[in-house]
Design a protein around this ligand. Sequence first.
Ligand code: UGA
Length: 441
Amino acid sequence: MRVTIFGTGYVGLVTGTCLADVGHDVVCVDIDQAKVDGLNNGVIPIYEPGLEPMVKANHAVGRLSFTSDAPSAIAHGDVIFIAVGTPPDEDGSADLKYVLAVARTIGQHLERPAVVVNKSTVPVGTADKVRATIAGELAARNADIAFEVASNPEFLKEGDAVNDCMRPDRIVIGATSPVAVEKLKRLYAPFNRNHERIVVMDVRSAELTKYAANAMLATKISFMNEIANIAERVGADVEMVRQGIGSDPRIGWHFIYPGAGYGGSCFPKDVQALAKTSQQHGYRAELLGAVESVNDRQKGHLFELIGRHFGADLSGKTFAVWGLAFKPNTDDMREASSRRLLQQLWDAGAKVRAYDPEATAEAQRIFGERDDLVLCDSARAALADADALVVVTEWKQFRSPDFQRLRQSLADAVIFDGRNLYHPDEVEAAGLAYYGIGRGR
Ligand code: UGA
């Protein structure tokens, strides 16, 4: 099938590449000419495992191309995806200006029937706005062209996006007309193998499904962080509690890891946006507010533990920080817990030596040159002249350090483990002090 995708961000690029990989003919459109030129020359703007070779291979055989020419891209697609960003507005609701700008462009240039599909995470009711916008533009030029607007939310995880896209656990199609449903089923048929993964529903339910999924996952995390904070106070170990509850299939093993708080471009923004939507409909979503405030407090928890050990004044202290990305296998630092921690350390007079396997360039862009930050090129280099180690992101390579060597390197011989990677007994046996999340025993 012929597919057009607006937006070569994370969602658009991964989706477009995977659709091309199973044989569809995909054109990706972006207004950023430099990005388009880069992509046509094999420069991938994001770090995502497995993506680069797939982009290059599909581009080379002509199934995947990139352009800033919207009219020709609109002429190409039987299915036209909108996968542009929906950044949070000042009040926390999702800002639809990019989505609606694409809808206007589609309305201005559509010449034949098409299915327009919202893939961006958008508030319930947005498909209606997109439909009205396209219809308005068509009417303005007296064009009588049939089109449908469907919702098809994405459930990709950064760092595992190609896999999620190629082997989805579900494909949610929000559409009412049989023509749109049929087209999308045909488009996704190569991913719908072995058992039925496609769930067809009305548009508003599909839009809400996306928010419900992310809000549920964020709730699990905040819940565990809350239990961790209780564990710390009552002298229990949340890691034991986690193991004690995860085997119940109704709870499950996934997403019950306490830590330094959730970050990224999705959970913080989506929890807020859903709360806002519900408020706009006259309902105060109590739980969502609590999920957000627990997370906000949790992002300050590592610093609280540091204060417990060192006191409030950290001038003259240097902290080795392992991990800056909001989670492993990405260079993304949006809403990352590391950002809060570094600011708190600097405000208290400390210096930071940080190492992240992928996010160094991003950290440089965010923080610029400053005297109290050294971005190191290895985990070991970050330890030089440091008083303490703080682990913020659970990259695999941080899982099994030589604790004896750590004790020798760190002037104060103390580890703050923001992701509970280590066993307190093992760390303490090596002569280091240990602080984890919710490990009060
Ligand atoms: C999330 C969802 O997992 C995807 O299903 C969804 O499609 C995506 O948002 C989106 O809306 O686009 P992502 O933001 O890439 O994906 O990251 P996650 O792997 O979900 O991690 C989010 C945060 O939660 C990270 O900061 C991670 O460290 C934290 N986390 C995760 C925990 O603190 N504990 C856990 O048990 C799991």
